[in-house]
Write a protein that binds this ligand. Sequence first.
Ligand code: NAD
Length: 367
Amino acid sequence: MTIKIAVLPGDGIGTEIVAEAIKVLEFLNADMALDLVFESGLIGGAAYDAYGTPFPQQTLALTKDADAILLGAVGGYKWESLDISVRPEKGLLGLRSELQLFANLRPAILYPQLADASSLKPEIVSGLDMMIVRELTGGIYFGQPRGVRLLENGEKQGYNTLVYSESEIRRIAHCAFQIAQKRNRRLCSVDKANVLECTELWRQVVTEIGKQYPDVELSHMYVDNAAMQLVRAPKQFDVIVTTNMFGDILSDTAAMLTGSIGMLPSASLDANNKGMYEPIHGSAPDIAGKGIANPLATILSAAMMLRYTFNRSDAAERIEKAVNDALDANIRTADIYSDGMQKVGTAQMGDAVVSGLKWVSAAKEVG
Ligand code: NAD
């Protein structure tokens, strides 16, 4: 059966990095008979320029019809003065809510070859490989009532509401347990159950769901401790599951532990594991068009797509190994370059990953 991938390069370096991920996917498509078909659409500033909206109907239809979405990045100087309702970022938010992508997966991986890029000591962080599963469509960012009101004494008061229903907690918990099953089978649920009733319920529901996954070791941690542990001993974690706001903060902390924004992929999944896959970085307008952006975060996002939406861990592992081999061969884009390495551009890095894949294919044939 054919698998449809909607390709949305977006703005800035988006077109350059997505082209490299497609190169990698096309090679595997032929080599492993994956039956992938690609169809491109516009989002963000590019869509605004063509249709006057960052999220056109055509793009919505294309993404609804697809099995997965590969996205570059949106935004740039050109669109910064537009009204907020038509700014490029609105395209992304529209996509997330229209497709009900409630589970945000953010791996933080530090390749030993890049350990010097981290602000932590190499022995603490080298080889880090963890995953944060953040609830993306609920919690305090969406809870009602919200706003700023005028009190009787004339003072203004801001207020937001932290809400989670059992069903919202259950679905993100199932998702996180299933991800842990595909990794090292350890799940840490992060909450503030000692202070917030809403996350006391979170802890109860996650514990209840855990009974259905006896092969996964479940632990709980308060968010303040989790923040400390992430910078003290990050390698203790395999998978973390947490609320929207806690996940927002912890996933950026974890990303920065690796020190290389151009290396980190992400996924946002719906209840059927349909997903949108994208690098965590933005459209980098400062280097757009120069052919020097690092495409590895996008290439690794394509690997996540194969693993989480298409259940092809075999193909995902091939990509991840080819990326690792390119780093072992000292091939580096400018953002991860250090003395003695071979500096390459965006397309050459994509070619290096494809060469790694070809080499494995050829070795298999010989073997
Ligand atoms: P950014 O992530 O685009 O760039 C931050 C810095 O990292 C820049 O110096 C950039 O050159 C560098 N960088 C980023 N990706 C890189 C890569 N692959 N290779 C090499 N260097 C890379 O963040 P920003 O500058 O704050 O935002 C730029 C634009 O991107 C803004 O319009 C912002 O709204 C948008 N943005 C979009 C997304 C998204 O599409 N998901 C996320 C964040 C920011």
